[in-house]
Every structure is written in C-alpha cells, then in structure tokens.
Design a protein around this ligand. Structure first.
Ligand SMILES: C[S@@+](CC[C@H](N)C(=O)[O-])C[C@H]1O[C@@H](n2cnc3c(N)ncnc32)[C@H](O)[C@@H]1O
Length: 283
C-alpha cells in the first residue's frame, strides 16, 4: 500500500501528483509513479506539524511546502542544504551546511524530515549511517524522523538495488518503531517505469518510492563517525555495484541504453575514476 489505484491523486487514470510536482517544483520530474509520489507522501506529513513544534528539513532544496505549513500553524522551521539553488530556483534553506556537520544542538527538533535526499547524502561527503545519526541526534526523544526515498532509480547501492532489509537495519539502532510504506510499487493503471531496463540487476525492477517513518525511542548509540566518506563521482563509483558503473559508462558511450539520463559533463570524470581504481587494484 498504496498502489497507484488506491492513491487519491490518481484521477481519470492520470497521476495528478506528477503534474503537481512539476508545477510546484517548476521543473521536469521523472516519469510517474516515481516522479509523483513525493507529493502525496509529503502532504501526509503536513498534519503532523503542529503549533509550537520545531521542524528540520534536511536537503530541503527549493520546495517550500514544509516551510509554508510551519508558517501557517506557528511551528518553527529550519532547512539545511549544501547548495544555494536547486534547478535554478533559490533554496528554502535557513542554513547552508552539510548534514555531515549539522550545527543544531542535540534533542532540538520535534520532527526531522528529508524528501528524496537520503539516497544522495553519500555523494555529498556524508556517509548514509552518519547522516542518519545526525538526524536522530538533533531529534528530541519521542520525536519523529520521516524520510522518503526512491527505490530502483538512483542514489547509492541500497536505494538503487532496493535492499529494504539493510535500509531498515540503518534505523533500528535509533528506533524500535520504524514503518516503511511503498508508494507506486504496484503502479497500475500507470505503466511501470523501468529506469535501467538494460542493466541486468534492475531489468525487471520498476522504480517506486519508499516512505520511512521512525520514532526516536532509543538512547543515541555511540561509535558513529563519518570516516571513509568521499564525495561526487568518487562516492557514486565506490557506493554502487561496479557492474552498474560500467553500465552507465556503456550508456554514455552509446553501447547500451538507459531511461535514466547520464549528465554529459560526467563522462570524463567517470572514465578517469575507473582508470584510477583499476590501477589501484593492480598495485
Ligand atoms: C533530489 S534533491 C531533493 C530536494 C527537495 N527535498 C525536493 O524534494 O525537491 C536532494 C537534495 O538534498 C541535498 N543534499 C544531499 N546530500 C546532502 C547533505 N549531505 N547535506 C545537505 N544536503 C544534502 C541536495 O543538495 C539536494 O538539494
């Protein structure tokens, strides 16, 4: 649950969430269902935001829905992001900082929310487990951490391959109350979207969204660090199956094809990294 057929934003067999996403964000979204579910998922977060609460949005980008709800009900909003603009639109962030160096005090927020960001933390120099530690560190005991992510679309290994058990394992040191709900996994009447149909491990795996909700009900564990974090294409290369990186390269070279765009400027960096890694493994 919910399949697209159960979603209130499916009207006349069209994903209105996808249309709203493009209108609200002012840019082209990935095809439905992957590029639509974020809207109803986040709309379901909104009633959780109440007067007097403190809310942190991690990787907020330029989408003001959470900020606006906070303003409407009298909650205090903070947003962080590493970049000033997202697709040419000014970020709604109140602090430009990396989750890896989150500057807020322990036990400060009632809600910590991250929309379509967790799968990228690793690419920005923040290990996924360290980023999650930071979210729970600043969340009050009894507060909630709400994160939605795409599965079988992009991001690092766990999200790309959809290793749901391992994703859940990341949360259990912080919470015994974790729920995971798939959105759009059963997409009918919307056609399933295969982002990587020519990559054998994802050939028959259609992209969908996962809404992960958790309550901070365990003492903050020790032993977490950001050691070993890398960023950019190096993180993408190291954080994904080598077969996937090769597949992306083959697509870029025109020897295979994908429904997922490979940014044109990244071919040279990708080639250089593969060369570097190959040389390192020979030494
Ligand atoms: C796919 S965008 C989503 C933006 C926005 N939440 C939305 O739904 O439109 C991912 C965002 O997460 C931010 N991000 C990724 N890793 C981050 C990190 N380690 N610290 C802070 N922001 C990060 C990126 O800069 C980007 O703005």
């Amino acid at each position: 649950m919910p399949a697209c057929s159960d979603c209130s934003m499916l009207i006349d067999d069209r994903c209105r969430a996808h249309e709203k996403s493009e209108a609200d964000l002012g840019r082209v979204s990935p095809p439905p269902p992957i590029g639509g579910c974020e809207v109803p998922i986040v709309e379901q977060y909104l009633p959780l935001i109440q007067a007097g609460m403190r809310v942190l949005e991690v990787g907020c980008g330029a989408w003001g829905l959470i900020r606006d709800r906070c303003a409407a009900v009298g909650a205090h909003y903070e947003g962080i992001d590493t970049v000033q603009e997202y697709f040419g639109v000014k970020s709604v962030a109140t602090r430009f900082e990396n989750l890896a160096e989150l500057s807020f005090a322990d036990d400060f927020f009632d809600l910590v929310i991250g929309n379509q960001t967790m799968e990228h933390w690793n690419e920005y120099g923040c290990r996924t487990d360290w980023g999650l530690y930071q979210c729970f560190r600043v969340c009050k005991p009894g507060g909630q951490v709400l994160l939605n992510v795409p599965i079988h679309y992009h991001g690092t290994r766990l999200f790309l391959l959809g290793d749901i058990d391992k994703i859940r394992d990341l949360f259990t040191p912080f919470s015994s109350a974790v729920t995971m709900e798939s959105w759009g996994k059963d997409s009918g009447p919307i056609a399933p979207y295969y982002a990587h149909p020519n990559y054998s491990r994802l050939k028959n795996k259609s992209a969908y969204n996962l809404d992960i909700r958790s309550v901070k009900n365990r003492p903050l564990p020790t032993g977490y660090t950001n050691k070993g974090a890398s960023s950019g294409w190096k993180a993408t290369y190291l954080g994904n199956p080598k077969s996937y990186v090769m597949h992306r390269l083959l697509c870029k070279l025109g020897a295979s094809s994908t429904n997922y765009p490979v940014p044109p400027d990244q071919l040279d960096r990708l080639k250089a990294l593969i060369r570097e890694q190959t040389q390192a493994s020979r030494v």
